[in-house]
Design a protein around this ligand. Structure first.
Ligand code: ADP
Ligand code: ADP
Ligand code: MG
Length: 465
């Protein structure tokens, strides 16, 4: 087993990794930026040290500083978490070259899957269905127009290097295409320093269904079922659940097999996620593979009982997976709500601030992954995720009731969050019936916000004598 792991990340995921390590008797080294000196990760790790100023480019993306810290503290491995360097193949290579284990797939595998257009080709060659679209990159507007004509509008122009819902624009017809192309390219250059685009037909009213993959160094590749992540804002997930109401056992089997095939074709090792869109007619299409632990991984942990982060540590140590595909059972239903420091009333504007009061929900079937504490200042430099509230219950409806109750217990004061919006989603008839797709929030946001305003007003009136 590994002896000492450096965690090249921050926030709740750094804490999550520390917890797994402690239970396995692995020491941890937390590295922090000047903005994170008072973080829980810095306090709870075996050792902690500063790697630079607040700006991510100077700290959590500073490969030299992180590698020196790992060597100076005699670590034997680095866990990259999600975001930051977690999908950077050069960083994975440099860890290995420095004599450290990288907790994730090899640089070559990350490279193969990191370009989303290359991953598409890889999946297609392995016989996994992909969305109709371009073979590799599209070079210019003219080529994009010709392709769009072939596959039919609406289409989506997507950044090969994309992530976090960025670098994507849709075009409803030829008159729209040039604008979509230029905007997607500009955002791709700005966010990822790489303007390469590819084209996909826009699947209408799809579900986002993803499969959790775990693979070891001994050739075992298993999937741990799906997560339905169709409640999104700006193509970013807000609510995730497992199992998905949209899958029949036969479809689950077929998609699970496709996910394993894609992972096997890439020579995958470690935890990863194969993402699909599922159209209302039951056709599914590969969209990308994320080569890291995912934000919403606890949803799968709750229904399978597998600790995915411990499993990552086992795999990196060279041990085989602790379970087989056949032994794996999904039990009950799990839901996650991502609670962000943001204002849904102002187009989800990030609103960092000081946590003046915090009360977290608890009780049967509730799990909260967060790095918040009362007095903690959410720094403005990083993403706005404040807490992940999860529930597990025997049935989907019991899980929904449990989530309503958990969100009613949650108190975060000091800045706006999307917690009331999440609570309202748990009461929405479409959500309760499980009949929703990725357009749910765009379609219902104004109505839900109006409802929230009315409730707030009524409560204010009642409270004012
Ligand atoms: P997941 O697929 O794991 O749910 P997300 O796409 O929501 O992941 O985010 C994955 C990682 O990308 C997170 O670590 C997050 O910090 C980062 N990320 C999220 N949003 C953005 C963004 N707008 N720009 C850049 N990175 C982002
Ligand atoms: P990212 O790398 O930013 O996570 P993805 O390719 O995973 O980007 O797409 C993000 C979201 O955009 C998906 O969850 C889905 O809602 C939507 N999306 C992506 N591709 C398509 C498509 N071809 N048709 C319809 N929706 C899509
Ligand atoms: Mg994605």
């Amino acid at each position: 087993m590994l002896k000492r792991v450096l965690i090249a990340n921050r926030g709740e995921i750094a804490l999550r990794i520390i917890r797994a390590c402690r239970e396995l008797d692995i020491e941890t080294v937390a590295v922090w930026s000047e903005a994170d000196e008072s973080s829980l990760a810095a306090q709870l790790a075996t050792r902690s040290l500063c790697i630079g100023p607040a700006r991510a480019a100077d700290s959590y993306l500073n490969q030299d500083a992180i590698l020196s810290a790992a060597l100076a503290t005699h670590c034997d491995a680095i866990h990259p978490g999600y975001g930051f360097l977690s999908e950077n193949p050069d960083f994975a290579d440099r860890c290995i070259q420095s004599g450290l284990k990288y907790i994730g797939p090899s640089g070559d595998v990350i490279r193969k899957l990191g370009s989303k257009s290359a991953a598409r080709t890889l999946a297609q060659n392995a016989g996994v269905p992909v969305v109709p679209g371009s073979d590799g990159a599209v070079k210019n507007v003219r080529q994009a127009k010709a392709l769009a004509q072939q596959v039919g509008y609406p289409v989506l122009l997507k950044a090969s290097a994309g992530g976090g819902g960025r670098g994507m624009r849709q075009a409803s017809g030829p008159e729209d295409l040039e604008r979509a192309f230029q905007e997607a390219r500009a955002e791709a250059v700005a966010c990822f320093g790489d303007g390469e685009l590819y084209l996909e037909k826009l699947v209408l009213s799809p579900r986002h269904i993803e499969f959790q993959i775990m693979a070891d160094q001994h050739g075992h590749v298993v999937h741990l079922g799906e997560r339905d992540c169709s409640i999104q804002r700006r193509r970013q997930k807000l609510v995730e659940e497992s199992p998905s109401k949209a899958l029949t056992p036969a479809l689950r089997e077929e998609m699970g097999r496709a996910a394993r095939t894609a992972a096997q074709a890439a020579g995958y090792v470690g935890a990863g996620t194969v993402e699909f869109v599922l159209s209302p007619d039951g056709q599914f299409y590969f969209i990308e593979m994320n080569t890291r632990i995912q934000v919403e991984h606890p949803v799968t942990e709750l229904v399978t009982g597998v600790d995915l982060v411990k499993e990552q540590l086992r795999v990196a140590s060279g041990l085989p997976l602790s379970f087989t595909q056949d032994a794996l059972k999904v039990s009950g239903h799990a839901i996650e709500c991502r609670i962000n420091a943001e204002d849904p009333e102002r187009d989800f504007l990030p609103c960092p601030g000081t946590t003046t009061f915090l009360h977290l929900p608890g009780g049967p079937g509730v799990r909260v992954d967060t790095a918040l504490y009362t007095g903690y200042e959410v720094p403005p430099y990083y993403d706005s995720l404040a807490a992940k509230v999860l529930v597990h219950a025997p049935t989907r409806l019991e899980a929904i009731r449990r989530m309503r109750r958990a969100l009613e217990e949650l108190i975060i004061e000091g800045y706006p969050t999307n917690a009331s919006l999440a609570h309202l989603i748990m009461h929405d008839p479409e959500f309760v019936r499980g009949q929703y797709d990725t357009s749910f929030l765009d379609k219902n946001l104004d109505r839900l916000l109006e409802l929230a305003r009315t409730c707030d007003r009524l409560m204010d009136e009642e409270e004012t004598p």
